[in-house]
Design a protein around this ligand. Structure first.
Ligand code: ATP
Ligand code: MN
Length: 430
């Protein structure tokens, strides 16, 4: 019977067939150990020369790394490792004998692996990251639906910049001049909440920023959430609930993946409410006390984020930033007109910024003044201003960078490992 390796627990003691790829082979005399993967888990198949026909043994000796294979055998529990199963092989077929595989089971440089990304996806780390990424997406969808958000898709071709044009990719668009690839769907889902109350989008966004860091891609997946009648505190509460839910979901559903990634799950288990909070002002003060030379009015650097999260087991909110360094749509704090009701959420363990959110300005005149003050073209934003002209309500939202979350939860150094086919300034292939 053909089964998937994930169903081994239901078939202990019976003969089954799995189909997949040969990852590695070791042999010692008349016994061969085939490490196989079928996409669902990694399995050791044990072949005893005495237990198979001569033809089968010849194939076992001949089979190369990454050959497609079909293995039949009896499922047994691993003697030492709970939850791990082995196959005692009775039959073995080569479905396609792989040519000399370019990726050896030794260390290659990152450039070589990126050139061969289409093959490197088969590595155990990538296998685990692909599955973890999917679990994070599923967790996000589940949590938001529980909180009564529904998915509304925002456009990718946009007519103008959401936050200035410097980091936009322009593409020729028929007789209409240039379209720009979206950097965030926020403005569009702000329109949609006046129809359905709470919503989120989740799709690729594009930023032509020349940041060659371990946290920036030029194409990444962003989830923007937005809710009517949500104020700053409601916004933070949902962000906290979402991150907590995602982490728990991964701990529950990705045990094998997190083990393959050698992730310290004890640290993930500590990610519980309430999250640590600093106002921007308090953060600057703490940073200066701890050796950072950051000045009031500057954005936090990588090292600054490290200092602020060092002593925290849970993510850290930095809220209420100076209006002068934040986009026009953020709502001014009435108790301090130099501040806005916004937050960045920084993940612990050097995870960096994973979310940026804010309450949005709902007063049409304040918004027009801010658009003018920033030198933006009001005509481009008339439709956005309409949202404030017809039934304006307090509302808030946030944007989560999927790969940043994958990077943090998987414990990966470089963000390019956290998306199947990374796009960075210097890479567009494969
Ligand atoms: P950063 O300061 O880290 O460059 P940002 O402040 O420009 O990020 P936002 O505009 O607030 O980011 O975008 C929302 C979220 O999208 C961020 O919190 C982050 O998780 C993610 N993000 C932003 N830029 C990138 C990028 N170039 N690559 C991957 N993820 C990103
Ligand atoms: Mn931000």
């Amino acid at each position: 019977m053909y089964i998937l390796s994930k169903d081994f627990p239901d078939h202990v003691g019976t003969e089954v067939t799995i189909k997949g790829w040969l990852y590695n082979k070791r042999s010692s005399g008349p016994i061969a150990f085939l490490e196989m993967r079928d996409g669902f888990s990694w399995t050791q198949a044990v072949v005893a020369k005495a237990g198979v026909t001569t033809e089968v043994w010849v194939d076992v000796e001949k089979v190369t790394h990454e050959s497609a294979v079909e293995v039949t055998g009896t499922v047994s529990k691993h003697l030492k490792k709970a939850g791990v199963f082995e196959l005692q092989v009775t039959n073995f077929k080569i479905l396609q004998l792989a040519e000399d595989y370019p990726i050896a089971l030794k260390d290659h440089g990152p450039d070589f692996l990126l050139e061969n990304r289409h093959l490197w996806l088969r590595s155990k780390r990538q296998w685990a990251i692909l599955r973890l990424r999917d679990a994070i997406i599923t967790g996000i969808n589940q949590y938001l639906h529980q909180e009564d958000f529904i998915k509304v898709d925002s456009p990718i071709f946009t007519p103008n910049a959401c936050e200035g044009t410097s980091t936009l990719f322009a593409v020729p668009y028929f007789d209409l001049g240039s379209a720009y690839l979206s950097q965030s769907g926020q403005l569009y889902i702000e329109a949609a909440i006046a129809s359905i109350g709470r919503c989120y989008d989740f799709g690729p966004v594009f930023r032509a920023e020349k940041s060659k860091t371990k946290r920036h891609l030029t194409e990444f997946w962003m989830m923007d959430a937005e809710a009517a009648f949500f104020e700053h505190e409601d916004n933070l509460r949902v962000q906290e609930g979402l991150i907590r839910y995602i982490v728990r979901y991964c701990l529950e559903h990705c045990q094998e993946e997190l083990a393959a990634l050698e992730r310290n799950i004890e640290n993930l288990k500590k990610v519980d409410a309430p999250f640590t909070r600093y106002t921007y002002e308090a953060a600057i003060k703490k940073l200066n006390e701890n050796g950072s030379d950051i000045k009031f009015g500057e954005d936090l650097g990588n090292d600054d984020e490290g200092i602020l999260t060092k002593d925290s087991d849970v993510p850290v909110f930095i809220e209420k930033w100076p209006k002068s360094i934040k986009p026009f749509y953020m709502k001014t704090d009435p108790s301090n007109p130099e501040r806005v009701f916004n937050d960045d959420l920084i993940a612990p363990e050097n995870g960096g910024e994973i979310i940026g959110g804010s309450q949005r300005e709902e007063d049409v005149n304040v918004l027009i003044n801010r658009i003018k003050a920033e030198g933006l073209n009001q005509a481009d934003y008339e439709w956005y201003l309409d949202i404030r002209r017809y039934g304006s309500v307090p509302h808030s939202g946030f944007g989560l960078g999927l790969e940043r979350v994958v990077r943090w939860i998987s414990g990966t150094e470089h963000i390019r490992e956290c998306i199947p086919f990374p796009r960075t300034i210097g890479r567009l292939r494969p």
